[in-house]
Design a protein around this ligand. Sequence first.
Ligand SMILES: [Zn+2]
Length: 229
Amino acid sequence: MKALVLLSGGVDSATCLGLAIHQFGKENVVTLSISYGQKHTKETEAAKKIAAYYQVELIYLDLAKIFKYSDCSLLTHSEQEIPKESYVDQIEKRRGKPVSTYVPFRNGLFLSSAASIALSKGCSRIFYGAHSDDAAGNAYPDCSNAFNEAMNQAIYIGSGKQLQIDAPFVLWSKAKIVEKGLELNVPYELTWSCYEGGEKPCGKCGTCLDRATAFEKNGVSDPAMNVRY
Ligand SMILES: [Zn+2]
């Protein structure tokens, strides 16, 4: 059995890749890195390094054009500031609407694109690292378990029952993902999560704060904070 892993370059997807390789063997794993027009290329550079580390094929896809009508703060043409606060604070202000760093239906597009490529590459599983912290408070509704189940069903039916989604962390916290990743020796020093494209992670954006907490809860310091990019 072959698996295609969506590899964004962050902690969740790197752990997902580690898990897929553990289950299927690296010769049966293909990775897909998708650019969506974000303000910097740190994540895609990280994806390249992680795929090289594991010696697996990396397919690169640019979906930036689809998002050119959005003013999401992560996108290169947007003048909106990326919020420098925790997701809990952001969710409270947004009152049930997705956070401003939600890219419109991004995971829907990513999974559909992945499904098409997975079928062409003879894969029967798509692995991706959605987790419950991101879906909490409706911050990123396209990371939720309900969304995942619906997409899984659509892909399963639409592929003639050849392909399924495996989202092993969909009910997990980021801390639990890091715990698993440490067990699997995932090269976290190669990952990039920060929404800003600085030399080092900013330490202040929602995803930086989330990531720091996840490592702290496991009693280790984040290896990516000590690396120069
Ligand atoms: Zn940051």
